[in-house]
Design a protein around this ligand. Structure first.
Ligand SMILES: Cc1ncc(COP(=O)(O)O)c(C=O)c1O
Length: 405
């Protein structure tokens, strides 16, 4: 439990944490599938980095809607772009050309600073990975995929097949659609044994998110790249969580200087409007034929308006710089109370804790700060909006100092 309630003073009075009454569990959600463990908080509205609960009390959101709210809440440019597009034309499928879709694809490729040849827009991270794997299996005619221990890629048949631990926990399908093997994290020496001339693709999160913000590092990623080149396998970076600026670079591929053949991304890409993308290098792009991939909603004009607004805001508000600055501020100031070390990149942050992360998360929530956990029981995960300020980090630091070590 917290030693004492966090108190803001002086100029930080505006950032005062809400009283504990704010944190009562919301009423049971009749009719909603009971598949999610839920935080004891019910959100009514949000602005900037602050959530407002149904009692009108503020909560500092350092979890960012699970890495989605990169621009924060009620962002004026994003909100206006969606309102404008809703009035212009809310939907046409990919069978009908729209300038806004072409603009989003062009803009995303330019933002990536990587030599991609085309973009296929879909609706979720899992769907992007599903399509990337399908393309790789089809292109190579092979039936094996290598993934990394600790990785998470989504809950559909192919994405779940390459997710570490899914089979034992929730996979649910009688068999995987291809053979899978898992490379131990960071084990460059083990790569050749797992990636052979039978391997269609290697899929990897360059910074593992759900695992607790674990960077796999340039050397390991370069070893994957080199082995894929040797055996003719395709390298897929899953940047659903760590992409679109979260590491302080456009993508982790830029950060580590390793070029994948395909890159999937989602979450912050739409700032809450569902959109995901599969970016493909020119060789992969050239392998596509009419109807080899498809989607109804993917690349809809509302989704593309959201993508354009997000990428414009990242550029205009210089958010990559801010992510790098705030990421290092967190690392400098937040080893306090029960936090003994900090891992991750940019604003994908893992706080390593002396006590179970669930305990620390609950105690921080009592102080009016929302954080996440991870599959590592001693890592609290932070995925805050990119518009975070030092004063918000100070609120976290003060709260951590007040917790039992
Ligand atoms: C790295 C990574 N890949 C894929 C997914 C799946 O994305 P979605 O939930 O949008 O299907 C997630 C979701 O958390 C993720 O973190």
């Amino acid at each position: 439990m917290p030693k004492k309630s966090t108190s803001a003073s002086g100029s930080r009075a505006a950032l005062k944490a809400p009283p504990r009454t704010a944190l009562k569990a919301p009423a049971a959600r009749d009719f909603q599938a009971q598949v999610f463990a839920q935080y004891p908080v019910e959100v009514a509205s949000a602005s900037g980095v602050w959530l407002m609960n149904t009692r009108g009390e503020r909560i500092l959101d350092l979890y960012g809607g699970h890495a989605v709210a990169g621009l924060g809440y009620a962002h004026p440019g994003w909100t206006a772009a969606l309102a404008e597009q809703a009035q212009l034309c809310q939907f046409q499928s990919n069978a009908v050309a729209m300038q806004i879709r072409a603009k989003a694809a062009r803009r995303l490729v330019r933002f990536s600073r990587l030599p991609f040849g085309s973009v296929f827009f879909v609706n979720s991270g899992a769907e992007a990975n599903e399509n990337a794997l399908k393309v790789a299996l089809r292109m190579t005619g092979r039936a094996h995929v290598a993934a990394i221990e600790g990785g998470f890629h989504g809950r559909t048949a192919a994405a779940g097949a390459v997710t570490w631990g899914a089979q034992a926990k929730w996979y649910g399908f009688p068999r995987t659609p291809f053979d899978v093997s898992f490379i131990p994290r960071g084990a460059s020496g083990a790569v050749a044994g797992h990636v052979t001339t039978d391997t269609a693709a290697v899929i990897v999160e360059p910074v593992q998110g759900l695992a607790g913000a674990v960077p796999l590092g340039a050397a390991f990623l370069a070893a994957l790249r080199a082995r894929c080149d040797e055996v003719g396998a395709l390298l897929i970076f899953d940047e659903v969580q760590c992409g679109v600026g979260r590491t302080g670079e456009p993508f982790a591929a830029n950060l580590y200087g390793v070029r994948p053949d395909m890159l999937t991304t989602a979450k912050s890409l739409g700032n809450g409007f569902p959109v995901a993308a599969l970016l493909m290098n020119p060789m992969v792009s050239a392998s596509l034929k009419a109807e080899s991939l498809g989607t109804t909603f993917g690349g809809g004009p509302m989704a593309c308006a959201a993508v354009n607004a997000v990428l414009a805001a990242i550029r205009d508000q210089r958010l990559l710089e801010r992510v790098r600055r705030l990421g290092s501020y967190i690392r400098r100031t937040c080893i306090a109370g029960p936090v003994t070390a900090i891992q991750g990149e940019g604003l994908l942050v893992g706080l390593r804790t002396t006590r179970p992360a669930r305990q620390i998360q609950a105690e921080l929530l009592e102080c009016g700060i929302l954080t996440g956990t991870s599959s590592d029981p001693q890592v609290v995960r932070l995925l805050p909006p990119y518009i975070l300020e030092e004063q918000h980090v100070d609120v976290l630091r003060d709260a951590l100092k007040d917790l039992d070590p």
